[in-house]
Design a protein around this ligand. Structure first.
Ligand code: FAD
Length: 466
């Protein structure tokens, strides 16, 4: 018969590991972590490429230098992770058109200001419409979240039209949203961002964390409470406990379960629940948007792009929004590495994930030749992560409507019976970030510990009555 743990944690990303650590620190030693892939880290993942260690998932510690300290920054400092400061703000001064000309600084500033003003205006109007809907709903006894979070109709005059406007729009909405609206990460922790540039990878933080409560030897985790290559396919739950079945036919039982899989996985049919999750839960899960964000790495025999102050980021203005728009050189992080990174999002990410790497290389080289001329060398290697088509991720991170009430995230986070939910998507303030996942894991474990205490108290009372 299957062995029974106190708690099963599904997923060994940052939230699963931080959740397990809190349980261990509070005397719950009989837990089991089931991880689908062959490693811990989830969306924190390094890979060797072109002689250095590149981050396929989370790359930046975002939110540094403010009044409060970002826990991810603290973990990085405590484990001596090498990082380097990144400054996106220059990107707008390095926008190339398809003939390789750079947009004049003055025009860049004007377009940028126009885009920020228009985005702020949209935001204000969305807030006004939310307030008025909320007051209407109060009048008729509560409302429906999806209606409340609907964005206002787009003003066609504010919609970007030219390639330069597309590039600035992409920069603003996919990278510098903090310029438009307050994002807790930057308000609370500060506006600076640091790129992880360490051979041990961002994931080193997770190994350091795991070392504190799992048995490790020579940097390897050898604790049988962490089971890798265990793809959870079915969760059966009742008032008495939870039974988990994995793809390889193993069965695990526990009193409680913490589910840390991404929102994209929850939206997919990878895991079936018996009985099914209630409607308020499935509706909330389906409503949350999943952002796809893809960093493509290209290795060159030598540099042909400008380096030095203010040049780390550059952009390509194309008539198609998001077409190989946002570029970064790795010279600050790894001098002499001759690596470029281009970031794609959403539709472009999915399109490129679905095609061959040769096709992607051809497209990227076409774009680079438009910017830097026909004589630049071919890339000698390419790396295209596929977060969307990976069935253990199904996307990069959750993207809540900017203007929404908190009901949606509350419902996504709320436990269903003995199943507790965690992961970056359950963080009210910091969803989408490493620190969001880290804090969510702590939060979910604390809520579970409270539940266990309550259960024990009731058991003791019943025992006394007998
Ligand atoms: P995950 O890391 O996804 O952990 C969940 C785990 O569950 C995974 O290991 C998965 O394999 C496992 N799993 C899934 N299904 C099953 C199953 N059926 N059975 C068992 N296990 C399962 N954040 C930042 O702070 N800064 C950044 O610069 C940044 N950039 C990013 C760039 C990209 C490309 C991506 C993808 C993410 C980025 N993020 C960034 C977000 C950050 O990586 C995540 O918020 C965080 O790592 C999520 O951690 P998590 O524990 O919630 O989820």
């Amino acid at each position: 018969s299957p062995s029974r743990s106190s708690v099963i944690i599904v997923g060994a990303g940052v939230s699963g590991i931080s959740a397990a650590k809190v349980l261990a620190e509070n005397g719950i030693e009989e837990f089991m972590i089931l991880e689908a892939s062959d490693r811990i880290g989830g969306r924190i993942r390094k890979e060797s490429f072109g002689g250095v260690s590149v981050e396929l998932g989370a790359g930046w510690i975002a939110g540094v230098g403010g009044e409060k300290s970002n826990p991810a920054w603290e973990l990085a400092n405590n484990s001596g992770l090498r990082t380097c400061f990144s400054d996106y703000s220059n990107a707008r001064y390095n926008i190339y058109d398809t003939s390789g000309k750079i947009i004049p600084r003055k025009l860049a500033n004007e377009l940028y200001k126009k885009a920020v003003d228009s985005a702020k205006e949209k935001m204000d109007s969305a807030i006004r419409s939310l307030r008025s809907q909320e007051s209407n709903n109060r009048g008729c006894g509560g409302g429906d979240v999806s209606r409340v979070t609907e964005p206002p109709l787009e003003d066609p005059l504010c919609t970007p039209r030219t390639p330069f406007e597309h590039a600035i729009d992409f920069l603003l909405h996919d990278f510098e949203m903090a310029e438009v609206e307050p994002i807790s990460t930057f308000v609370d922790f500060g506006e600076r961002e640091f790129l992880v540039a360490d051979e041990r990878g961002f994931e080193h933080l997770l190994y350091k964390m795991a070392e504190e409560f799992l048995f490790t030897s020579e940097g390897k985790i050898l604790d049988s409470r962490l089971q890798l290559n265990k793809v959870v396919r079915e969760l059966q739950h009742s008032r008495n406990g939870v039974t988990v079945t994995t793809e390889d036919g193993c069965v695990y039982e526990a009193n409680y379960l913490i589910l840390s899989v991404s929102i994209g996985v929850l939206q997919s049919d990878l895991i079936s629940f018996r009985p099914s999750l209630p409607r308020w839960k499935t509706e909330a899960i389906q409503t949350c948007e999943v952002m796809v964000y893809t960093k493509i790495f290209l290795k060159f025999p030598h540099k042909f792009w400008p380096c030095g102050p203010g040049k780390e980021f550059f952009m390509y203005a194309h008539e198609r929004r998001g077409y190989y728009t946002f570029w970064q050189h790795m010279e600050n992080a790894f001098p002499g590495s001759n690596i470029l990174v281009v970031t794609l999002t959403n539709g472009e990410s999915k399109r490129v994930e679905a095609q061959s790497d040769e096709e992607t290389l051809k497209e990227a080289m076409g774009v680079l030749r438009n910017m830097f001329g026909p004589n630049i060398p071919n890339a000698t290697d390419i790396l295209v992560p596929r977060w969307y088509y990976n069935r253990f991720q199904c996307g990069s991170y959750s993207n809540y409507p900017i203007i929404s009430n908190n009901q949606l995230v509350h419902n996504i986070k709320a436990p269903v019976g003995r199943i507790f939910f965690t992961g970056e998507h359950t963080s009210e303030q910091f969803s989408g970030y490493v620190h969001g996942g880290y804090l969510a894991g702590i939060d979910s474990s604390k809520a579970l510990l409270e539940e266990i205490r309550k259960e024990r108290k009731t058991e003791n009372q019943n025992h006394l009555l007998e």
